[in-house]
Write a protein that binds this ligand. Structure first.
Ligand SMILES: [Zn+2]
Length: 198
């Protein structure tokens, strides 16, 4: 995209970001222009290198700039408990709540049969392998409390049934269609404490 109106081009690009309407995009574009050029260069450099610098953790799927993420390499984390989330922002929300000390497994997918997200998009084999290799004793399913999140949790629970592991589901009470990232810390903490066996 290269137009002869650089500001309009920037507004259009910023406007594609979630939660940014045209008015906010316009305000942001004029802000960047009002700062010195070094800021715009730093911002564009950071954006340009993002896909090269950030990759998925080889163990859990969290975003990281090295082979394994800081949670997987932190020896103080409890490796016997694994929290399964759909997306990295859900992991970030649980970390922000601050009372979970186990490790994670990010599916990067949710079952949504109507949208063509079928079960083969969920890598159960990798999860089962981790449970065996890392001697995991409990799997907490923290997919969203939405229709897709519940379907995914059920599918994962059924697929792991043959393994000697406790499988639990976070409790309800999370608002906004079950999106973890919008839940406050107290609600998210309670959802964890109130988890039920599946
Ligand atoms: Zn990791």
């Amino acid at each position: 995209m290269h137009s002869d109106d650089p500001l309009a081009e920037l507004v259009a690009l910023l406007g594609r970001l979630p939660g940014i309407g045209e008015r906010t995009a316009t305000r942001l574009a004029y802000f960047v222009l009002s700062e010195d050029a070094a800021y715009a260069h730093a911002l564009s450099g950071s954006l340009a290198a993002l896909h090269e610098r950030v990759r998925r953790c080889a163990s859990c799927g969290n975003f990281t700039s090295s082979d394994r993420c800081r949670i997987c390499t932190d020896a103080r984390r409890d490796g016997a408990i694994l929290c399964v989330v759909a997306r990295v922002p859900d992991l970030v929300a649980i970390e922000r709540a601050g009372n979970y000390r186990g490790r994670y497994h990010v599916l990067h997918a949710l079952l949504a049969p109507l949208d063509g997200m079928s079960a083969d998009r969920i890598d159960i084999a990798a999860l089962a392998q981790r449970i065996r290799d890392e001697d995991v004793r409990e799997v907490v399913l923290a997919t969203p409390l939405s229709v897709e999140g519940e379907a995914t949790a059920l599918y994962v629970a059924q697929s792991l049934r043959s393994l000697p592991v406790r499988i639990s589901r976070i409790a309800s009470g999370i608002p906004h269609g079950g999106e973890l990232e919008f839940a406050d810390q107290v609600t998210l903490g309670r959802a964890f404490e109130g988890r039920k066996d599946l």
